[in-house]
Design a protein around this ligand. Sequence first.
Ligand SMILES: [Zn+2]
Length: 241
Amino acid sequence: MKRMSCRICGYKQELFRQHKVITDELARIWQLKPRERAGFDRRESSECEKCGCSLRSRAIAEAIIMSYPDSQSKLFTDWVEWAGKKGLTIAEINYCGQLHEYLAQNPKTVTSQYRERTIRARIANRLKGIKSEDITKLSYPSKSFDLVLHSEVLEHVEDTAKALAECRRILKPGGICLFTVPLITNRKTKGKANSEPSYHGSGEADNLVYWEFGGDLLKKYRLKVAWADPANYLWVLKLVK
Ligand SMILES: [Zn+2]
């Protein structure tokens, strides 16, 4: 069996673990074909045995490494060290999965979450210094970050244009914003306002899906593809300032 090494921690393993993530209800409402559902299951699982990073987290790491060729990083851990030496300022708008643990090692990373639902989560975040931020009205000053990251956020935000404009506003000139959304490129973006509601994760109100994104998203907002893994429905999109 083919051994693969994790781009984040470097651990070599036979196969990344895969399991079902997409529920029957979500697959039905989203009208996923079996091939698409299997792809999204792989995207959201396939965790590394050692560091626990999902395929999506590893794709974001790949996109970051490729966006900074000067770093000559083999692993994401190398890149984090390089970013620290360079003094790169990073805004992690929401937890980018397990990648958060690595990003947090950079002294100039600011991490936020949006409106934690439970009091316990709110207190835990406050103790860890994690702010609550609304992506459509970020509290950060303009031109303050080299790198802005978010993952699986925009499909839950009503005003896509406003959210992306805010990401652009807080970027320094030459800075980049990298992000993922669930995207099926051969479909058109569909607003969910007048159809059966669907939810991601635990099914609570904050996980309500506003948009089922299609390939037109890229052209509409002039986005570039920083990393593509079409078989696993993984597109890390890039917004350039
Ligand atoms: Zn790993």
